[in-house]
Design a protein around this ligand. Sequence first.
Ligand code: SF4
Length: 213
Amino acid sequence: MSKLKEIYKTLSSRYGDLEWWPAESPFEVIVGAVLTQNTAWTNVEKALGRFEGNLSPERILNMPTEELEEIVRPAGFFRQKSRYLKAVTEWFTGCNCDIDLIRSAPLSSIRAGLLKVRGVGNETADSILLYAFNLPTFVVDAYTVRFFGRFPINAGNSYMEIKDFCERNLPKDAKLYGDFHALIVQNGKEHCKKKPECFGCPLEKSCEKKMEE
Ligand code: SF4
């Protein structure tokens, strides 16, 4: 079994199925992926709740900017994020909001298209591709970078290095990528924090060597 698969299994047996990404629809994932930039998920939930169950591409596009800003205010950077939301919604409606149509294109070209949208960087693009469209692309975030900076495995340092490493060493499986990312985040919140709390971490034994260096 590859080292990465072992890490996955160990984390999975500790934390179980974390059921990411919590959303009612692919469009809600898209909105959440923009809103979660530089903020905690609890703030995203507050902002999403202010749509009062009426979250659609049409509504976002037709809503006056000031109203959208007011709704997303709890997620922070609300002026910027409301502009980003309009932009990514335009991209989605440009694809007829048709998930099958989007999925029928090569992953690299959908990703390249998304990255051209204002406010969409690597992490937002990959979160949308993976969790909204169920496409096998590995998401790297601050927790992932921190984890691979500590665990004794040569995954690289940059976003693309870590992403490529994980994709090269795991089966191309969207469910696996989605679960794995969620597990890394969970372990990052519980143990692999800014100041690591290694005692009791499910990976304590396999990480020992690195931590002793
Ligand atoms: S043992 Fe420590 S450094 Fe290694 S993954 Fe766990 S918390 Fe992070």
